[in-house]
Write a protein that binds this ligand. Structure first.
Ligand SMILES: C[S@@+](CC[C@H](N)C(=O)[O-])C[C@H]1O[C@@H](n2cnc3c(N)ncnc32)[C@H](O)[C@@H]1O
Length: 248
């Protein structure tokens, strides 16, 4: 059966993943663990994986950012974006196009994208990538500030995720600690009115994080884009309109 690729142009992207009749069964599963077999089967049958390949995004995660940005209008040409947890680079691709950092559109302002990841990231034209770096390390953040050369950040994106241990509470605590690192950086280095988009795995610390975000941002919303798998606790916090306390 032919797979028809939907378009992201009109409305939000909701793809059905429940067509069991046309499920692709992977070949060469010999020697693979059960969890690796399940992962491969899921990848082969995931419409966002197919769509990402078709639209030349490095990962299906691109559609999460595209949808959130479409709804919450975070990225515009000319902005400075710091992206934490950039590998393999799908969000970077989306950010580069949205802020025009290549620049693709000569008649629009040129933005800037700096991506950071522990892992190596294949170059993305229009972005400066600090790979092999821990975003939580002070020297990494200093390097980011050097690259900014005095420019304020408009948007901090964090899709950072720790290696999952499978212990829900521990994984939750670890990702929340990465989210706090992004929040601290954003609160200190973002221009008045700026935004923070941050991935979490929901759990007992979610509410505390939201209330801490509200100390720096006028609005904080929790969103789950359609491309975020239904069976995962993944969610995103969209914090907008950063304000700095007036100094007295
Ligand atoms: C879900 S992936 C990011 C996917 C990416 N947004 C994309 O669309 O291609 C999460 C990434 O967070 C990175 N990461 C986790 N902890 C980090 C840290 N302390 N500093 C930098 N990157 C980190 C991981 O190496 C991993 O590549």
């Amino acid at each position: 059966m032919a797979f028809r690729l939907p378009s992201l142009q009109h409305g939000s992207l909701h793809l059905s993943t429940s067509c069991t009749a046309c499920k692709t069964v992977p070949k060469n599963l010999k020697g693979r663990s059960k969890s690796s077999q399940d992962w491969l089967t899921r990848q082969l049958n995931d419409p966002y994986v197919k769509l990402a390949k078709h639209q030349q995004y490095r990962a299906r995660s691109a559609f999460k950012l595209l949808e959130i940005d479409k709804r919450h209008r975070l990225l515009v040409p000319g902005q400075v974006v710091v992206e934490c947890g950039a590998a393999p680079g799908a969000w970077t691709q989306v950010a580069v196009a949205a802020v025009n950092s290549l620049p693709q559109a000569k008649n629009k302002s040129q933005g800037m994208v700096i991506g950071i990841d522990l892992q190596s990231v294949h170059p993305v034209p229009g972005a400066t990538l600090l790979d092999g770096r821990d975003f939580t390390a002070p020297q990494t953040q200093l390097q980011v500030l050097e690259l900014l050369n005095g420019r304020k950040v408009n948007v901090v994106l964090s899709d950072m995720a720790p290696k999952a241990s499978g212990i829900k509470g521990l994984d939750h605590e670890n990702i929340i600690s990465l989210a706090y690192a992004a929040l601290r950086f954003a609160a200190q280095n973002t221009a008045e009115g700026g935004s923070l988009l941050c991935k979490i795995w929901e759990g007992f610390m979610t509410h505390q994080l939201i209330s801490d975000m509200k100390r720096s941002f006028r609005t904080v919303k929790i969103v789950k884009p359609a491309a975020s798998r239904g069976d995962s606790s993944e969610a995103f916090l969209v914090a907008k309109e950063l304000f700095h306390e007036p100094t007295t």
